[in-house]
Design a protein around this ligand. Structure first.
Ligand code: SAM
Length: 217
């Protein structure tokens, strides 16, 4: 995928998703893709390896939730894997302090390498298994907690509130859309409320996604 095509697809994808990123973000995402594919040839980080698919299913899907994190100063990505959604969100919004947590050492090795190669400030990878005790685990509470493809919704809503600052938000990126009634029921069980939820489609494949935001009731 050459530079011109990458930039064109990124711009068209962002427009379709209704999000905007600075001009410097494209080259930095390309650098991230280069690093991801280089590492992935040696250690298994992601099953998505075609550049067009990395752009759409990792980068654009991560950027799609920019509206849900807008205005926050700190973001915690639990079960970040190879850095999604946290790394593209950090590239798009450099002022956001980002902590990326994963239980698998080789993934955190990649996260640390990517942070160094991209020269990201206020970004760090932590090799930890999150089990609900942020102080004990050394995980800082964040204004916005996010995860993609991490746990099913009931388990996520049971674990997540412990990692959020008072008044903060819990963002769930859901592959399979859940009806509003289900979101509300799961939230209520945990003393939470649904702040927002919306469905979107990835711009080229048309794959369906949903993102929901929760806060303390
Ligand atoms: N969020 C990334 C994405 O969407 O591409 C990765 C998703 S992957 C399916 C789930 C990740 O969560 C894995 O990298 C796994 O190591 C990590 N994980 C699972 N349980 C965890 C826990 N309790 N604490 C930290 N990481 C965990």
């Amino acid at each position: 995928m050459d530079n011109v095509r990458f930039m064109d697809q990124l711009q068209r994808g962002c427009e379709a998703l209704g999000v905007s990123v600075g001009e410097d973000v494209g080259p930095r995402l390309q650098r991230l893709m280069g690093e991801l594919l280089k590492w992935n040839a040696k250690v298994n980080l992601t099953a998505i390896t075609a550049p067009e698919e990395v752009l759409e299913k990792h980068f654009l899907d991560s950027l799609a939730v920019l509206p849900e994190v807008e205005g926050a100063t700190s973001l915690l990505d639990l079960g970040a894997g190879a850095g999604f959604p946290g790394l593209p969100l950090k590239l798009a919004r450099p002022a956001l302090a980002v902590t990326l947590v994963d239980a698998v050492g080789k993934k955190v090795g990649f996260l640390k390498a990517a942070i160094a190669v991209l020269g990201l400030k206020e970004a760090r990878g932590l090799h930890l298994r999150a089990e609900g005790g942020p102080e004990r685990e050394g995980i800082p509470r964040a204004e916005v907690l996010i995860a993609r493809a991490f746990m099913d919704l009931p388990d996520w809503l049971a674990l997540a509130p412990a990692y959020v600052q008072p008044g903060g938000r819990v963002v769930a990126m859901l592959g399979k859309a859940q009806p509003e009634s289900e979101l509300t029921a799961r939230a209520t069980e945990r003393g939470l409320r649904v702040v927002s939820s919306r469905q979107y489609r990835l711009p080229f494949s048309g794959a369906e996604r949903q993102v929901a935001v929760f806060s303390q009731a």
